[in-house]
Design a binder for this molecule. Structure first.
Ligand code: SAH
Length: 283
């Protein structure tokens, strides 16, 4: 337990009436909110939040009406256009509006579209980035999204588009050739197709893969497998979305960096999983 320091007011902007702040809530663990997000929660009259926002976070908006804008109870998700126009409407009513989205609002979250609609309607906005699941979620599984001995690039890919279809405009050969590490959002639904595309594109079937579901929450689960075993092992594990799939040798780092496992007494499995053969601090 620690006492949080007083934060000087110059770092805490005012959420004015008629404004919309489009804010990332991070992948789940409330501790991964930014100070700007916390500041926004304190001031908002209305919070419009998505399915992947941890509801514990909403308790930190004591004065706000909370409106849910995602899928629930089998009902179809709110139409994107309706959400954007609802934000415009609330702003025009003079509300202080906080639009809270899972992860980072500009990463596979349609935040760009919402922001564009707001600007087109003359509504002033602020964007508050958040920790994206494809980076922070992997970190909670002990997987560094880049590592000098593994990758000089990383590619973020979405496994399906707005209609739930596998995106038709993805060039899997280019994606496969393009970077050593691939991070796939929304990949579970079409996992078999993704696996097949990457194998056909020449990624090795023994390439390490991790699937992290409900990352950073107390329901987090991590599956370690290979590209060849992905679909079978995922089915056997019975894991369901939300999930991040990481493909590449950085997954091996989990053997030494599974810090959550270490918290509960599980020692590192291999102190040098990439086989560097020299201390990590040696260049
Ligand atoms: N803007 C979000 C992504 C929204 S798309 C972000 O930056 O993280 C929704 C997808 O994000 C999910 O299908 C899943 O692939 C991923 N995701 C979000 N939260 C997650 C979590 N806690 N654990 C695993 N995956 C998550």
């Amino acid at each position: 337990m620690s006492n949080l320091p007083h934060i000087p007011s110059q770092f805490l902007p005012t959420l004015d009436a008629g404004w919309v702040w489009l804010c990332g809530a991070g992948p789940g663990d409330p501790g991964l909110l930014t100070i700007h997000a916390l500041n926004a929660l304190q001031q908002a009259d209305v919070v419009i939040y998505d399915a992947l926002v941890n509801e514990a976070i909403l308790d930190w908006a004591p004065n706000a009406i909370k409106e849910y804008a995602g899928k629930r109870g089998g009902k179809p998700s709110a139409v994107q256009r309706d959400i954007s126009l609802r934000l415009v409407e609330l702003a025009n009513q003079g509300k202080r509006v906080l639009r809270l989205k899972g992860g980072d609002p500009f990463v596979f979250g349609r935040g760009g579209e919402e922001a564009q609609t707001l600007v087109q309607h003359g509504v002033p906005i602020r964007i508050i980035p958040g920790i994206s699941a494809g980076i922070g979620g992997l970190a909670y599984a002990g997987i560094p999204v880049t590592h000098r001995d593994v990758n000089q690039s990383v590619t973020f890919v979405t496994g399906h588009d707005q209609s739930g279809q596998s995106p038709s405009n993805l060039n899997w050969q280019a994606i496969s050739d393009g970077s050593q590490v691939l991070v796939i959002y929304m990949g579970i639904k079409h996992v078999e197709r993704i696996q097949g595309q990457l194998l056909s594109a020449g990624r090795p079937s023994d390439e390490p893969v991790a699937v992290v579901t409900n990352a950073t929450t107390d329901k987090q689960r991590v599956l370690e497998t290979t590209l060849g075993g992905l679909k079978t092992d995922l089915d056997a594990a019975g894991m369901s979305p939300p999930a991040i799939i990481c493909i590449g040798r950085s997954v091996l780092m989990r053997q030494v960096l599974d810090w959550q496992g270490m918290l509960t007494g599980t020692p590192a499995r291999d102190l040098d999983p990439l086989g560097r053969g020299r201390p990590a601090e040696a260049s």
